[in-house]
Write a protein that binds this ligand. Structure first.
Ligand SMILES: Cc1cc2nc3c(=O)[nH]c(=O)nc-3n(C[C@H](O)[C@H](O)[C@H](O)COP(=O)(O)O)c2cc1C
Length: 219
């Protein structure tokens, strides 16, 4: 597994045996089957506070002054990862605060007032991203705001948004009984995170007119 790609799975629920965590474990299983190097982290193990006003808060050496382990999570796990899967419960039709604050806190290190921001920005780009959501409601609209946010994050960071899995459940791990089989889809997302076909055309993108080719297909 020495040269294998690195996948980070970030879980944004406070519940260690909740639905997001259950789906995250499925992503991990799939990725490990594909011999991907996987790390799984609960965001609230590392982050204990909101982004503050960096101009007032930053230490004289440029580091974030908030005393938690965001720095390790960001520099040791997130930046080196080739792919990241965010697993969040739907809270109020948005991401959980745990997940949202992860994105907000990255600001401290890519803003121009951080000495190595150029290097950080470079490492924030061109990842493969997946999204896994757990919600009580089945209504498709409940997750659209989140999907849109991740889509915009991927556009902004030149990342590839390769898949969304939505599992329905409310009590802990109930998502395994969702007849829509999100556990299967989550495992598949993990397995395929780095080789799933990804396309995002522009009007002048050259294409053959077919998406899937068979070896013997000459027509
Ligand atoms: C604060 C809070 C807000 C929630 N808001 C929604 C919501 O807007 N829509 C929804 O479908 N479920 C909502 N839920 C239910 C959770 O999404 C659902 O229980 C999910 O399975 C929890 O995932 P977890 O087990 O990973 O924490 C909410 C739950 C909480 C605690």
């Amino acid at each position: 597994m020495g040269d294998s790609k690195k996948l980070l799975i970030l879980v944004g629920s406070p519940r260690r045996n909740g639905n997001s965590a259950t789906l995250a474990a499925a992503v991990q299983r799939g990725a490990e089957e594909a011999e991907i190097h996987v790390s799984l982290r609960f965001i609230d193990d590392s982050i204990s506070g909101f982004l503050r006003d960096c101009r007032q808060c930053r230490l004289p050496n440029g580091e974030c002054a908030i005393e938690d382990n965001f720095r390790q999570l960001f520099f040791d796990d997130f930046l080196p990862a080739n792919g990241v899967v965010f697993c969040s419960p739907v809270y109020w039709y948005g991401l959980s605060a745990q997940t949202k604050v992860f994105f907000d806190r990255t600001f401290c290190y890519y803003s121009a007032s951080y000495a190595d921001s150029a290097q950080v920005m470079e490492q924030m780009t061109r990842k493969r991203l997946g999204l896994v959501l757990a919600s009580e409601e089945t209504y498709p609209g409940a997750s659209l705001g989140i999907v849109h946010q991740i889509q915009e994050y991927c556009r902004y960071t030149h990342s590839e948004f390769v898949g969304v899995v939505r599992g329905i459940g409310n009590s802990r791990s109930e998502v395994v009984r969702d007849p829509g089989a999100p556990m299967v889809a989550a495992e598949q997302l993990g397995r395929e995170i780095f080789n799933r076909r990804y396309s995002d055309f522009r009007i002048n993108t050259e294409r053959s007119g077919r998406v899937w080719h068979q070896d013997d297909d000459r027509s």
